[in-house]
Design a protein around this ligand. Structure first.
Ligand code: ADP
Length: 450
């Protein structure tokens, strides 16, 4: 066989020098078929030490070679599959471990180590019991007992692990015993998944539902109360009082409608259900439309709206920006007194060095949405101002400076959360600067894209 020829010729050469010959090689038969041979030979020398003959045997080892080849292939396939499995285990995006029947860690992957903040070597010296939050241990041990006696095939629980740094990490754990061919359990395979984010979202959802139901129940109770009084007939001969009751019911119905609308708006924005449709918009036109939306209320309260417009084009969702501007203008109106002025301005911010000077607080702040130019909108009022510790909080849902604000000013506590969401969806930033007793400036900057 051409592949074996050089090797065999070299060995034959050695043989002529007096060395023994022992080689395995392929031979090609006249029919083209290859067979494996083992050839052993040794030289016979005469009295003077010259080689006079070579004696040897040739044996057909094709069968043995075939068996050997098959074994090698099987071994390679096994190594391959072991390697694939090892990589799948090591790189799995969830924590995986093998744990002995007594709880010792036998094998852990990188994700597992990251989660519990121990290295692989450290974990090998530990048991899962030592990492488990004491309050979760009994349930875990009971699950393992049930698996070992065959009552259940696998076991799942939400439990807490304590990390090396002492932090408590909630995880979703799935575990099952791995048994030998005779069904005898050898060890456990365990998956753990970090559920911190999920629990946080669940907590926020619970809080949101409890706040929303409280917010909805308040106007509903008023409506039910005033209608109940009307129905009882005690104001049948006092039309003025009856009208008052009707007005309470009407006001609270309006509030309920506002609340539901705001909640729906916010939900739609946050869930991303409504994709904001961006288009080229004239900044001046957006501002004018926002002013038009609140002009009547301003006139009613004798409040002046002062507009400093800007001739620029913005890539934005026009309705959403107008809604944000109207929310901020409505807030400014709510907190202004007759004779006050509200300023709505827009200015171009140049690149990174964009710097904003608050008209009211004279506090200089650096604002860097990114390296692009941006347009800065600001709405300034001469109202009561906002305490420093509430400047960020009021952008969260249902957060108000004063609990009476929603009742007295007719707000829902959602307006600013909606504004924040709209601005963030445009890649911008929103904030407020304020001096108590003097007024507030709400600013938002939108990057100029495209
Ligand atoms: P609301 O519907 O209650 O106005 P917002 O989210 O719009 O909800 O505002 C949250 C709170 O922020 C208000 O209840 C009020 O306490 C405070 N706030 C908002 N705008 C102003 C402003 N221009 N001046 C003073 N306080 C304000």
């Amino acid at each position: 066989h051409p592949d074996d020829r050089d090797r065999i010729e070299a060995a034959l050469q050695q043989e002529t020098q007096g060395e023994n010959f022992d080689q395995e090689y392929r031979y090609t038969r006249p029919n083209g078929e290859n067979c494996w041979l083992r050839s052993q030979a040794f030289p016979i020398k005469n009295d003077t030490g010259d080689i006079v003959r070579v004696v040897g045997t040739v044996e057909d080892i094709s069968d043995r070679k075939r068996v050997e080849d098959e074994r090698k292939q099987t071994e390679a396939a096994l190594r391959d599959s072991e390697e694939r499995f090892r990589r799948a285990f090591d790189n799995a995006p969830i924590g995986m471990s093998l744990i002995s029947l007594t709880g010792q860690f036998l094998k852990v992957n990188a994700c597992y180590c990251n989660l519990v903040e121990y290295t692989e070597e450290e974990l090998f010296k530990l048991t899962f019991q030592e990492l488990t939050h004491p309050a979760d241990l009994a349930e875990d041990v009971e699950g393992i007992r049930q698996m070992l006696v065959g009552e259940i095939r696998s076991f799942q629980m939400e439990k807490r692990y304590i990390t090396k740094q002492g932090a408590i990490v909630p995880v979703l754990m799935n575990t099952a015993p791995i048994s030998d061919l005779g069904g005898q359990p050898l060890y456990f395979v365990e998956h753990i998944q970090d559920i911190r984010d999920r629990l946080k979202v669940e907590r926020m959802k619970d809080e949101f539902i409890s706040v929303v139901s409280h917010e909805l129940r308040t106007p509903l109770t008023s409506i039910r109360g005033s209608i109940g009084i009307l129905e009882s007939g005690i104001f049948n001969d006092r039309p003025e009082k009856a009208k008052q009751m009707l007005k309470i019911a009407l006001n609270n119905s309006d509030r309920l409608v506002r609340l539901v609308n705001d909640i729906l708006d916010l939900e739609r924005l946050e869930s991303g259900k409504v994709q904001l449709v961006m288009e080229q918009c004239q900044v001046a036109s957006l501002m004018q439309q926002a002013i038009d939306g609140v002009q009547a209320i301003a006139d009613q309260s004798a409040i002046t709206l002062s507009l400093t417009s800007l001739s620029a084009t913005l890539w934005a969702a026009p309705d959403a920006i107008i809604q944000a501007l109207i929310n901020l203008l409505s807030n400014a109106l709510k907190f202004s007194s007759s004779g006050d002025t509200i300023w709505l301005t827009a200015e171009m911010q140049q690149g990174e060095a964009a710097e904003i000077e608050s008209r009211t607080s004279k506090v200089r702040r650096n604002f860097k949405p990114n390296t692009q130019n941006s347009i800065l909108f600001s709405i300034t009022d001469q109202g009561r101002g906002i305490p420093a510790d509430k400047l960020e909080l009021i952008f969260e849902q249902f957060q108000q400076v004063d609990v009476s604000d929603s009742r007295e000013k007719g707000g829902t506590g959602l307006g600013l959360a909606i504004c924040k969401n709209i601005v963030q969806q445009h890649g911008g930033k929103i904030w407020v600067e304020s001096t108590l007793g003097k007024g507030s400036t709400f600013c938002f900057a939108l990057p100029l894209i495209g």
